[in-house]
Ligand binder design. Sequence first.
Ligand SMILES: NC(=O)c1ccc[n+]([C@@H]2O[C@H](COP(=O)([O-])OP(=O)(O)OC[C@H]3O[C@@H](n4cnc5c(N)ncnc54)[C@H](O)[C@@H]3O)[C@@H](O)[C@H]2O)c1
Length: 342
Amino acid sequence: MKVLVVGGAGYIGSHTVYELVRAGHEVVVLDNLSTGSAANVHPQAHFEWGDIRRKSDIARVLAAEAETGTPVDVVMHFAAKLIVPESVSEPLAYYENNVEGLRTLLEALVEGGVRSIVFSSTAAVYGEPTSSECHEGDATEPINPYGETKLACERMLKWAAAAYGLDYCILRYFNVAGADASLEIGLDKDRLTHLVPLLMQAALGIRDKLLVFGNDYATPDGTCIRDYVHVTDLARAHVLGAQHLLTNRASVLANLGSGRGFSVKEVVDAARDIFEVPFEYAPRRPGDPAKLIACIDHARETLGWEPEHDLHSILKSDYDFRRKLMLAHRPQAERRCGGTEG
Ligand SMILES: NC(=O)c1ccc[n+]([C@@H]2O[C@H](COP(=O)([O-])OP(=O)(O)OC[C@H]3O[C@@H](n4cnc5c(N)ncnc54)[C@H](O)[C@@H]3O)[C@@H](O)[C@H]2O)c1
């Protein structure tokens, strides 16, 4: 298949491009490089600078591909703003990029004759779930503008699909981490609200210690439980999602996690098999539910997807990638690296 990956120069998009290329598919990436980097794009994928909020950028790429005799079969859409605190301080920028961006993209796809779209959504659409395992049919009540924009996009996709004969695969990610096995790509920026980047900073001496927010939750060791999924497993789910759309012409909405929960303390203990992590307990953060685990039965059943990487593999690949980056850019930082290699 030929796939247009919008946002394919970012973290998850670039991993999906690597998986698509490995599986022998043709890939075109469109990205405005606002948070991504052209260096993340697989050398066998074709890169075009463009912005999804400008219909002419998307139309230009679709027309050029159609002229080659093999038009784009499916679009994968990763191009979004996704920093929760920023979405609270700049909600209109989030609506403009995420919601207006999807609206423009869909208009271009309808006019360009592309019927299938795989869309990156998030567990943030659930808000503060009342049950510890999230199912796709659960109530969606986002508690921040980022989650609201993603839910608005999901709803737009459903209405547009019904009206214009599109099919969609909406994938709601839980906690994504890890790096490609090649170590050519990984998360090269710091998401300071996410546990794994914070843990890596503590391991690599970029911060003194990891602060573990709350050890008095109603969980076995008192720390919050989350569901971690390796970015390569996530990428593979997108390939399966696109194939499902092209084969069955039936829309899907599915959670992507590992289906298993690990407490923050368990993640720190697992990391200690690979490197040292100084940590300290701190008071709870507002809005952190005690337990958040994905039910992934639907992705298993409809896409035939099964996560292959465990927590150790997530942490090890993330650490190896960051360490490689540090050694390439800041050799002096190596002396501060307090870890042992696993
Ligand atoms: N990383 C996570 O933990 C996580 C969790 C749940 C959902 N998601 C979703 O996954 C998707 C990808 O996230 P990521 O972590 O790879 O983020 P990222 O910032 O690394 O990648 C986003 C990419 O989209 C590009 N982009 C943004 N706006 C654009 C626009 N208007 N036009 C063209 N390109 C644009 C950026 O330059 C970047 O390359 C997002 O939609 C996000 O909401 C991510």
